[in-house]
Design a protein around this ligand. Structure first.
Ligand code: ZN
Length: 263
């Protein structure tokens, strides 16, 4: 599933086609995953932002188009058999493809996220000034199991299964650790910022299913820097013990049992 780095990369790729442009046409499949899209027809996109794993287009009118890529959603410059939404401006046409159909497009009144609890309760952006070390350390002192808590988006926005596993490996914290001490929380804070910044730089991670890619369909690069995610059985780059995988809260969870011992 696309996480912050993949969604940010996607946002940057479609920005030249949408920002400052009037939506000339928007065609989509007619079902509950695409709601209210006719409201943006003929309107000008004045900002194309991202919050966590959501792309948010803003208009001169007080409405927002919220795009969630789901599991396999992404944009291409050519139509394909999984094209679900086609958007045309004077700059060209972009095609939203989504093979597994978990993606969603929704037009809402500005700032009204009550129907989207994850967005409504989302924590700060990890690369923004709003993500403060002191507040994070305090939050982590009360944390329930750390991996599911990070996945909830409440302590910090945008991390999913890949980047939580990576940040916990870098900070040497077990995925089920609770109530982190200030030293652990500080390590985790810096690991999150570092991993996310490097992953954005690399255009995100293209996994073996190839569902996420750049606008031309080519893979991104951060998968080559994974230290834990999808490296089950391979040597830990810190201690050479094999990376282990187990299931935690229905998520495949990768960690080094030696460097990240159960607390
Ligand atoms: Zn290790």
């Amino acid at each position: 599933m696309p996480e912050l780095p993949e969604v940010e990369t996607t946002r940057r790729l479609i920005e030249p086609f949408l920002l400052g442009q009037v939506i000339d046409t928007i065609e989509h499949e007619n079902n509950h995953r695409y709601q209210g899209l006719s409201n943006v027809l003929g309107r000008k996109v004045v900002a194309l932002d991202r919050r966590g794993k959501y792309i948010i287009a803003r208009f001169e009118e007080p409405i927002e188009l919220i795009i969630h890529l789901g599991m396999t959603g992404g944009f291409r410059l050519e139509p394909g058999k999984h094209t679900r939404v086609t958007v045309t401006t004077s700059k060209g046409t972009v095609y939203f493809q989504d093979s597994r159909k978990f993606g969603k497009w929704l037009v809402v009144p500005q700032g009204e996220y009550v129907t989207m609890p994850t967005l409504h309760e989302m924590g700060p952006e990890p690369l923004s000034d709003a993500f403060e070390l002191e507040a994070f350390v305090q939050d982590m002192a009360q944390a329930p199991k750390i991996k599911p808590y990070l996945l909830s988006q409440k302590p910090v926005a945008g991390l999913g299964n890949i980047y939580v596993d990576e940040a916990l490996w870098h900070s040497q914290i077990h995925p089920e650790a609770t109530r982190l001490n200030p030293e652990q929380a500080t390590r985790l804070y810096h690991a999150i910022r570092d991993v996310i910044a490097r992953a954005v730089e690399a255009g995100g991670s293209t996994l073996s299913d190839q569902s996420y890619g750049l606008l031309d369909g080519n893979p991104a690069y951060f998968q080559f820097e994974h230290m834990a995610y999808a490296r089950e059985g391979e040597p830990c780059q810190r201690c050479q013990q094999p990376i282990a995988k187990y299931w935690l809260a229905q998520r495949g969870t990768h960690h080094c049992p030696n460097c990240q011992p159960m607390p």
